[in-house]
Structure formats: structure tokens, C-alpha cells
Design a protein around this ligand. Structure first.
Ligand code: SF4
Length: 345
């Protein structure tokens, strides 16, 4: 892209335009011996690594956790019989396009299927890996209508893909329309932008958020840090801007083999998160999505990790360990109950 065009873009858009998106570009960072097979992998799910995440990866270590998160592997071509395209039944619970209504009081709205960085373990890779255009104006009108007809829904969750990769005008339009629905109290945004593209948290975006929240109508952001090394200076600044503006932030992430399946790594991650005012919310057992089996660890091991955390780190830093069941049946908690205060003075 030439410098004239750069001048018209914001910093985060320039960074988006500089993502590693091809194997030839990736090869400048790491030798690729199996390029033909990797072509098949990225045909199935796109490759995109942001400049910010590239900076944090240690390309000299073949088992670097941050590299495993975003560099495609041949293992993604292996499917086991129990793996599903739509592992948690989003489609089964979709009464209209781009909306899932699984629990009575909240809906998921797929605002876009684009992401700044395509995580190799994504459970929604059947959607996010495609060049799927997302909802058009008439789809958005139908979503609005659905919410008006379902006043039991008091929380709207913008998800995807990553909603914060949309333009400010598009984000503002979503917030404006959701706030116009009388039953909606909480707007929640699921995003990995504070992790992969922290420059996206601009002053203008903050002003937009402030406009659409008040003391009883909050905006929640549920973000997605997987490893303590993902919390770098720029990420801390982005989170601070959001929290200082009054946005409530939680973190959810999956348990990933080779990335965070270690009690010390999880303890460090959760302590760093609470220090930057992000509450650890859910640790997810990895869903049975196709081609991510190499990241999955047994539930029993996950329970052992949670036991190791309980009583070791402050209770405000411990998330709930959850399993999202297939066929849209919803989440169940896997964590055993916390030990009593007497056992852990
Ligand atoms: S940011 Fe979220 S939706 Fe996008 S690829 Fe990663 S896990 Fe999937």
C-alpha cells in the first residue's frame, strides 16, 4: 500500500493492512517445509496474523505458545468422527440469520465474520474462516424486529468474527439500534481486538462507547487472552482506556494444549488479568470443532489444573471451567465447588 493511502487510514487500519496473510509472507518469519499441505489448511481457514502479535511471537522456538495460536499446522487437516462443523449448535438455535437464541435472556448477534487474527483453534472456523460478508441492512432490520418481539431478552451479545474490526460508524450504528430496543439492558461485545490489535481501541471508539452506556445500561467486553505473554504494554494501555471509560471487562479463553495447559501459566495469566482490571470469567474446555483436536486436552486434566489453582491464587482471579455441550444444549460447569474458607485460610 502506498504512503498516500496510508495517510487516509487510522493506525489500526494500517496494521490490519500489514497482517501476514500468505504463506510466502509467513516464510519470512519461519521456514515452511510442508507448504503444499499448509495451502490446504489455509484454504479451509484463512491465515491472518497482526503486526502486534507477530512482535510477541518467538519464532526461534518451534513450540512457542503464541506461535501455536496463530501459525497454521498440518494437524488442522485431521478430523475425528466426533468432531462437528458447528460443535455447539449455533445454527440449530438460530431462529433468523445472524442470530442465535440459546438462553432465554440473551442472544448472540453475528455482526461480522472477519477477525484481525484468525486463531487456529477457533470453534467457529466453519464461519470465520470464510469470506462471509455478515449481515446486510435487511438482516439487521430483522434482528431488530426479533428483539422487539422478544422482550424477555435483556442482553444482546455482538460476536462473530470480531465486531471491533468493524468501522466506528458501523459499531455506533449497532449500539444505537440495540439501545433503541427497550428491553435491552446490557450490550456485550466478544472481541480479541484488545489482544491482537490493541491500537483499535482509539479515543473515538471510547467516545462512542461512552455515548451508549450509563449507570444501568452497561457495555461489557468479553475479551480473549490465552497466555500471559499476550499481555504486553499496548494491551495494558488498551484495557486501561476501556476500563477508565466505564466498560466492564471479562476474559474467556479455551484450555489449549501447548499454550496454557499448565497451572503456573494459568496462574500467571489470571493474576496479570486481575491486575489490569479484567476479571477471568470462563476457562472453556475446547469444543469438538473439526481440525482442532491437536489443541484438545482431557477434561480430567482441566479439572486437575483448576484444583491446583484453587487455594493457590486469589479467588477473584479464578474463572469457571465450562463445557459447551453439542446441539445447542448450552454450557455446564466442570469446576468442582471451591473448597471452604476454613480449608484455605
Ligand atoms: S478472534 Fe474469535 S472468532 Fe476470530 S478466529 Fe479467534 S477465536 Fe475465532
Amino acid at each position: 500500500m502506498d504512503s498516500f493511502l496510508y495517510m487516509a487510514l487510522e493506525q489500526w487500519q494500517v496494521e490490519l493492512s500489514q497482517c501476514v496473510r500468505s504463506l510466502d509472507q509467513l516464510e519470512q518469519y519461519i521456514p515452511l517445509e510442508n507448504k503444499e499441505r499448509l495451502r490446504a489448511v489455509i484454504a479451509n481457514m484463512r491465515l491472518s496474523i497482526t503486526p502486534h502479535s507477530l512482535k510477541l511471537i518467538n519464532f526461534n522456538d518451534p513450540s512457542d505458545p503464541l506461535m501455536l495460536i496463530c501459525v497454521p499446522q498440518e494437524a488442522e487437516l485431521k478430523f475425528s468422527p466426533e468432531e462437528l462443523e458447528d460443535p455447539i449448535g449455533d445454527q440449530l438455535k438460530s431462529p433468523i440469520p445472524f442470530l442465535t437464541h440459546r438462553y432465554p435472556d440473551r442472544v448472540l448477534i453475528y455482526a461480522t465474520f472477519f477477525c484481525s487474527l484468525f486463531c487456529r483453534f477457533c470453534f467457529r472456523k466453519y464461519k470465520t474462516g470464510e469470506a462471509n460478508p455478515g449481515p446486510r441492512p435487511d438482516d439487521i432490520t430483522k434482528i431488530e424486529q426479533y428483539l422487539l418481539e422478544h422482550p424477555e431478552v435483556d442482553e444482546a451479545i455482538l460476536t462473530g468474527g470480531d465486531p471491533l474490526t468493524l468501522l466506528d460508524t458501523q459499531i455506533e450504528e449497532w449500539l444505537r439500534r440495540l439501545r433503541a430496543v427497550p428491553s435491552i439492558n446490557r450490550i456485550r461485545i466478544h472481541t480479541r481486538v484488545p489482544v491482537n490489535l490493541p491500537s483499535r481501541i482509539t479515543d473515538n471508539l471510547i467516545e462512542i462507547f461512552k455515548k451508549y452506556m450509563n449507570a444501568t445500561h452497561p457495555i461489557y467486553i468479553v475479551t480473549h487472552f490465552n497466555h500471559p505473554r499476550e499481555i504486553a504494554g499496548e494491551n495494558i494501555e488498551a484495557i486501561a482506556k476501556l476500563v477508565n471509560a466505564g466498560v466492564v471487562i471479562r476474559n474467556q479463553h479455551p484450555l489449549l494444549k501447548g499454550v496454557n495447559d499448565d497451572a503456573k501459566v494459568l496462574a500467571e495469566l489470571y493474576k496479570k488479568l486481575v491486575n489490569i482490571r479484567v476479571a477471568p470469567y470462563y476457562l472453556h474446555q475446547l469444543d469438538q470443532a473439526k481440525g482442532i483436536g491437536h489443541f484438545r486436552i482431557p477434561i480430567e486434566h482441566g479439572i486437575e489444573l483448576m484444583r491446583a489453582l484453587q487455594g493457590t491464587i486469589t479467588g477473584i482471579a479464578i474463572p469457571r471451567y465450562m463445557l459447551d455441550q453439542p446441539n445447542g444444549q448450552g454450557k455446564i460447569q466442570l469446576t468442582e465447588p471451591q473448597k471452604s474458607a476454613a480449608e484455605h485460610p
